[in-house]
Design a protein around this ligand. Sequence first.
Ligand code: GDP
Length: 366
Amino acid sequence: MKLGIVGLPNVGKSTLFNSLTKAGAESANYPFCTIDPNVGIVAVPDERLKLLGDMYHSKKVTPAVIEFVDIAGLVKGASKGEGLGNQFLANIREVDAIVHVVRCFEDTNIVHVDGSIDPARDIETINLELIFSDIEILERRIAKVAKQARMDKTLAKELELLEALKKHLEDGMMARTFEVPEDEDMEEWFNSYNLLTAKPTIYAANVSEDDLADDGANNPYVQAVREKAKEENSEVFVICAQIEQEIAELDDDEKAMFLEDLGLKESGLEKLIKASYSLLGLISYLTAGEDETRAWTIKKGTKAPQAAGKIHSDFERGFIRAEVVNYQDLLDCGSLSAAKEKGIVGLEGKEYVVKDGDVILFRFNV
Ligand code: GDP
């Protein structure tokens, strides 16, 4: 699962990315600094893992991960090829969801590409580029389908969808607010276009340190982001990229103290990572043992054999059954054998839909 970090130059994307990955991507005070998309692997924070690992005296505890891509260089005119625009747009097309960073902090030392701080305008600038790029995709598809439709009358329905979608985008709206008619073909076509503006999006309002404690409630820039996001049912997260970068350098104890001083329970990044995970419809199931306790990422609704396949394809092919116990119930019992004695370990078959926080032992034939 990949998330792309987008936004205008100098809004704090690289700073956020660095704190997410501590990978050391470049961060500097001028546009076009980061040209190559940087990919970082980020652990999904999960309190359950440590507790479970302690119970099993596991040698290793392995969290679930998601990938973040720092997509720099998206500027006005990107869809027309400005500033390597098309390349960046192609990078966005590969991600599953978008984190759109918006500058809500004042700092006269940091140049804004458009000369002033104006989140609504900034969001529109980026979204327009995404919309233009999507319209281009639709136009190409329309040209192709129109030709085929002369031979194949069933394609008239797709043309209708394409035209309606194009109109929606031309009205300045994102594809994710388009109501796809309840029709299997239409839904499949819609997904196949892989439109940028159809991707689930989180807005990250990048504020200064002072605005963290009240979640940006008194910052009019943040309010502007909230209003824009509301129009398209997207979520907003208030972060301070600069502070996150400092926090990322600390060890766990220092971090806890630092957050307490700021009046926060968890870092903005932790909140953002968790929110991204659920935005993508992802959940974790857990495996536990002396060697390793580990979280595995699956889509909500995944059945037991396919969940087992995340560990190894043999597990899916030879699946017999799964022994399943809820993580909290297992902890309360103190051990798997105690949980079994209590009769709370389920024996589940091929149709079992795995739940978040299930601790699972798979039985399979080799
Ligand atoms: P990008 O071009 O969007 O990747 O932006 P960068 O992450 O390179 O940040 C541009 C400049 O803004 C850098 O000098 C950062 O240190 C600074 N910056 C980033 N986040 C914040 C913040 O929350 N507050 C302040 N004051 N400066 C920030």
